[in-house]
Design a protein around this ligand. Structure first.
Ligand code: PRP
Ligand code: URA
Length: 209
């Protein structure tokens, strides 16, 4: 069964509070989402393999560690996932970026796929799918399906806020995928929104309604 990691770092929790606040405007919301994504990327890359190299410091020769050439791919789920990409690339600038376009049908709450463009060498890459919200789990499950269908073998899912229902759904559908969350909230409401959540992530990020 996939593991679920909830990041309870004080900086992440602090920034998340202002992301949730309905009085936080678009500019600040965007900046905070990017900052939290950077902090989460720091944790999510904890298991990256290292290799030893030899360097010379001003004092002596030394054996030291660098990240072994791992092929990484960051996949935002459109639209709202886009808000997390730059924050992750600050730490792993060489990662390739693919896009999966999904929207939730407001009636059925089922995800509808409208765009998929992935980096090459899908089979050899380690992917991190990003989306601020994991609500019913439909979008995450569909995005993981889309990646697997195209040959992806190693996938992590990272979001800011998750509902317990969504976490269970992803774990059941994709037990091989680890889930990384900044906060696990109480529940979903009748419209499939996370309570207390942050509202509509795409609208708050892009200033639409
Ligand atoms: C939001 C969010 C997730 C999805 C989560 O996107 O960014 O992708 O809902 O809900 P789920 O877990 O129930 O599938 P939305 O469908 O509103 O599209 P948008 O990003 O284009 O606004
Ligand atoms: N999508 C959002 O943007 N917010 C939610 O609370 C649920 C789904």
């Amino acid at each position: 069964m996939g593991k679920v990691y909830v990041f309870d770092h004080p900086l992440i929790q602090h920034k998340l509070t202002y992301i949730r606040d309905k009085n936080t405007g678009t500019k600040e919301f965007r900046e905070l989402v990017e900052e939290v994504a950077t902090l989460m990327a720091f944790e999510i890359t904890r298991d990256l393999p290292l290799e030893e190299v030899e360097i010379e410091t001003p004092v002596s020769k030394a054996k030291a560690k660098v990240i072994a050439g791992k092929k990484l791919g960051v996949i935002p789920i459109l639209r709202a996932g886009i808000g997390m990409v730059d924050g992750i690339l600050k730490l792993i600038p060489a990662a390739k970026v693919g896009h999966i376009g999904l929207y939730r049908d407001p009636e059925t709450l089922k995800p509808v796929e409208y765009y998929v463009k992935l980096p090459t060498d899908v089979e050899e890459r380690d992917f991190i799918i990003v989306d601020p919200m994991l609500a019913t789990g439909g979008s995450a499950i569909e995005a993981i399906n889309a990646l697997k269908k195209r040959g992806a073998k190693s996938i992590k899912f990272m979001c800011l806020i998750a509902a317990p229902e969504g976490v269970e759904a992803v774990k059941n559908a994709h037990p091989d995928v680890d889930i990384y969350i900044a906060a696990l909230d109480e529940k979903l409401n009748d419209h499939g929104y996370i309570v207390p959540g942050l509202g509509d992530a795409g609208d708050r990020l892009f200033g639409t309604k």
